[in-house]
Design a protein around this ligand. Structure first.
Ligand code: HEM
Length: 434
């Protein structure tokens, strides 16, 4: 007979070897506390249940141990010697035979730029990349980001019926133009890079069957070939870009190969905009659904950086990220076998009441919002975090000034793309006062 949750916990505490909680859940048809790995519309109630009842849970559907409490997520990120990131870019769904052949024939040999590399290789490449990824470069980009924002807003606000999609019309292009500029790529290619990036997100973290993978496999081949071509072009012409800086560093003796530079380009031309488009969209979406706080920002724009961190805590662009156990170990007292995949759910950690007061309340004055884990933690901490926040800040400053009467369209029911890690809204329908 299945015990009640309280009885089951008491039995476990008394050392009973039978997992009564699992039996009770299986009997009720909910073996996973309502957690659906690819469902992104509103994962937060399931996260809360997991934190409370089974904070380290094996999920056979994705072959991962799902970790949901803040302290466990943070300490696992921190302990890179036991928990490696080598599986961070592995396809969640096995690649089908046709997609595999397309990628082989197309010479697809891309490997993660940094996030799935491990020390000492990771340490070597990150140090070189960081030297070329300077605040000077970010500063130089600031006027163009502001100008692009103004133009995008102006175009959206020209709509005669005063409706628009903030994601498609503003948030989509801005970070993409920024990262293409940083890497010395022609900015007219934004739609192409967005298509390739969508394919990368779907092929690695999506839930595609074999047939669905085929068009994305073609896109990834094109994308990788372009990254190789960018490195060849930088060798031939130099130029003023992040890739040219890396090629120059190589010429000066830095230990980095052309394949590694192309892999960095492959990473940045995805990581550098996909997540920031989402951050900017979330800033507008979440602030407009808490209109009192939108109005507070109009009165006091100096609160914008705090608001951006609170959006990252409350509604992060990446809600889960993977690690692999390199030896038999434990997380939060639960035994984890060597070789196990672990899914660190930052979207849940950021709502842990042991760390954040009233965690389900969105509050731009929260003093500790910056302690969110949306950029990871430890040696792989997001290299682009400052650039992402800078862009969100500029877009908010310009939008609040240009259209203080912005609102979410009445009855807007925003959907989210199916994915294991990236929580991407499909649109942000808005309207505004005359
Ligand atoms: C809101 C925007 C962003 C979010 C939420 C985000 C999130 C993340 C996360 C979760 C990681 C993995 C951290 C870990 O494993 O501990 C990461 C790594 C990384 N991110 Fe970001 N990111 C964002 C924007 C950017 C931008 C704009 C760039 C580049 C311009 C960038 C470049 C990178 C790189 C290169 C890494 C790998 C670092 C390493 O492994 O050493 N990210 N990011």
């Amino acid at each position: 007979m299945a015990l009640s949750p309280t009885e089951a916990r008491a039995a476990a505490a008394a050392g009973c070897p039978v997992d009564h909680e699992a039996i009770a859940r299986a009997a009720s048809g909910d073996a996973h506390h309502g957690y659906e790995p690819f469902e992104m519309k509103d994962p937060f109630p399931a996260y809360a249940e997991l934190r409370r009842d089974e904070p380290v849970m094996y999920d056979e559907r994705i072959d991962c141990w799902v970790v949901t409490r803040y302290d466990d997520v943070k300490s696992t990120f921190e302990n890179w010697e036991t928990f490696s990131s080598e599986n961070a870019q592995a396809p969640v769904r096995e690649r089908g035979p046709q997609a595999t052949q397309i990628m082989k024939d197309g010479g697809f040999t891309a490997y993660s730029g940094l996030s799935a590399r491990i020390p000492p290789e990771h340490t070597r490449i990150r140090a070189i990349a960081q030297r070329a990824f300077t605040p000077r470069r970010f500063k130089a980009l600031e006027p163009a980001i502001r100008e692009n924002t103004r133009k995008a807003l102006e175009a959206m606000l020209a709509s005669p019926d005063r409706t628009g999609d903030f994601l498609a019309e503003v948030a989509y292009d801005i970070p993409t133009v920024t990262i293409l500029t940083l890497l010395g790529v022609d900015t007219s290619r934004v739609p192409t890079y967005k298509r390739w990036s969508d394919s990368r997100a779907a092929m690695t973290w999506g839930n595609l069957d074999d047939d669905e993978q085929v068009p994305h496999a073609h896109n990834l081949v094109e994308y990788w070939q372009e990254c190789l071509a960018l490195v060849t072009a930088a060798h031939a012409d130099g130029g003023d870009s992040f890739i040219a800086d890396l090629v120059a560093a190589q010429g000066d003796g830095a230990e980095i190969s052309d394949h590694e530079i192309a892999s960095l380009a492959y990473s940045l031309l995805f990581a550098g905009h996909e997540t920031t488009t989402t951050l900017i969209s979330n800033c507008i979406r979440v602030l407009l659904s808490h209109r009192d706080q939108w109005l507070q920002l109009i009165d006091d724009p100096s609160r914008i950086p705090g608001a951006v961190d609170e959006v990252l805590r409350f509604s992060g662009s990446i809600v889960a990220w993977r690690r692999k156990a390199l030896k038999d170990t434990e997380i939060g007292g639960v035994a984890i076998p060597k070789g196990a995949n672990i899914l660190l759910v930052m979207g849940s950690a950021n709502r842990d009441a042991n760390v954040f007061e009233n965690p389900d309340v969105f509050d731009i004055t929260r003093p500790d919002a910056r302690n969110h884990l949306s950029f990871g933690f430890g040696i792989h901490y997001c290299l682009g975090n400052m650039l992402a926040k800078l862009q969100a800040k500029i877009v908010l400053e310009e939008t609040l000034a240009a259209v203080p009467g912005l609102r979410l369209a009445d009855g807007a029911d925003i959907g989210f793309r199916e994915n294991l890690s990236f929580r991407v809204p499909l649109s942000v329908p808005v309207t505004w006062e005359a």
